[in-house]
Design a protein around this ligand. Structure first.
Ligand code: CAA
Ligand code: NAD
Length: 291
């Protein structure tokens, strides 16, 4: 199972990065969006990132084939364009019903050997595997934000994932330049099971008035050596995505205190303050930088 042709569904924060690292690894990539404006903005992000990587390589006296990488990425609004891909990675919004609907459609569209993967942060892989009608050919491939810089990919197998498919998915993670870790199909896999309750706990401190967001961030950066504090990180991940993760977990595990939803998060999302991508979350943002 050699993965050469890759489909990526969704060209947002994660999808554009997954498309890019797959192309950097030599794969032919087709990335699908719902509207031209979202496709254009995802492809523009790829162009910006490739230009940055080329500039950095030049500074170090090396080279980076930005144009060759970009030429391997095609954008489209037509989902049927992924029909003959070896692997399709889903990176659409964190909504299980919408993901299940998409996988049912992909199960009808794609050739019988296509492997399916979800980049979900929190939903059971087995649910989407069932919806696709191809449970043996289904894995979680959980990349981290920003995909171009973060070295990890979690490869999640269900009880039904075949050994060959799991090995092919792991090898694909390495092709993308990532170090894969094997995970079971448990809530949040490894990283988010630890990280999201930590982010939520920081927001509960804000709900109680224990400290300001800025002071909590400074404390965690200087006290623990983390590159970002929990509020900057939530802005980076997206408050809407973080809320969707917690809502899914609360529904499935109502008695788990670590998954309870902070008021500060609900209020910000209600006010459409989604973080870096909308220009404001716990902080104000100008493009990619904190204002
Ligand atoms: N492509 C190419 N280059 C990029 C880039 C991209 N997408 N993003 C940033 N860069 C470049 C920057 O331009 C910068 O270049 P210069 O040195 O020339 O200025 C360089 O990379 C370093 O970036 P920054 O200066 O912005 O800052 P940094 O050194 O702090 O590194 C970071 C940025 C790697 C994001 C670091 O802050 C970090 O590790 N933060 C934590 C991220 C994290 O925890 N991610 C996981 C989130 S959870 C998740 O993803 C799972 C989930 O399901 C929710
Ligand atoms: P995002 O909102 O930035 O991007 C989602 C994109 O999917 C949007 O551009 C939207 O137009 C598109 N989309 C929605 N429905 C679609 C469909 N049916 N077909 C094609 N495109 C569709 O979200 P994101 O942050 O990139 O998250 C994507 C997935 O990755 C989610 O499951 C999320 O939980 C997961 N994830 C997010 C992060 C993070 O830090 N944001 C990290 C790891 C995993």
């Amino acid at each position: 199972m050699n993965i050469k042709k890759v489909g990526v569904i969704g060209c947002g924060l994660m999808g554009h990065g997954i498309a890019q690292v797959a192309a950097q690894g030599g794969c032919e990539v087709t990335v699908v969006e719902t509207e031209q404006k979202f496709l254009d903005s995802g492809l523009a992000r790829i162009d910006k990132s490739l230009a940055k990587l080329a500039e950095k390589a030049k500074e170090k006296g090396g080279s980076f084939d930005a144009a060759g990488t970009r030429a391997r990425i095609k954008g489209t609004l037509d989902r049927k364009a992924v029909a003959d891909c070896d692997l399709v990675v889903e990176a659409i919004i964190e909504d299980l019903e919408i993901k299940n609907k998409l996988f049912a459609e992909l199960g009808r569209i794609c050739k019988p050997t296509t492997i399916f993967a979800s980049n979900t942060s929190s939903f059971p892989i087995a649910a989407m595997a069932k919806a696709s009608g191809r449970p043996k050919q289904f894995v979680g491939l959980h990349f981290f934000n920003p995909v171009q810089l973060m070295k990890l990919v979690e490869v999640v197998r269900t009880n039904e994932t075949s050994d060959e498919v799991f090995a092919a998915a792991r090898a694909f993670g390495e092709t993308c330049g990532k170090s894969p870790v094997a995970c079971k199909d448990t809530p949040g896999f490894v990283v988010n099971r630890l990280l999201v309750p930590y982010m939520a706990e920081a927001m509960k401190m804000l709900d109680r008035g224990d400290a300001t967001a800025q002071d909590i961030d400074t404390a965690m950066k200087l006290g623990c050596g983390y590159p970002m504090g929990p509020f900057e990180l939530t802005d980076y991940v997206g408050l809407d995505t973080t809320l969707s993760i917690l809502q899914g977990w609360v529904k499935a595990h109502p008695n788990e205190p670590a998954f309870q939803i902070p008021k500060a998060l609900e209020e910000k999302v209600k006010a459409k303050k989604f973080g870096r991508k909308s220009g404001e979350g716990f902080y104000k943002w100008e493009g990619d930088k904190k204002a």
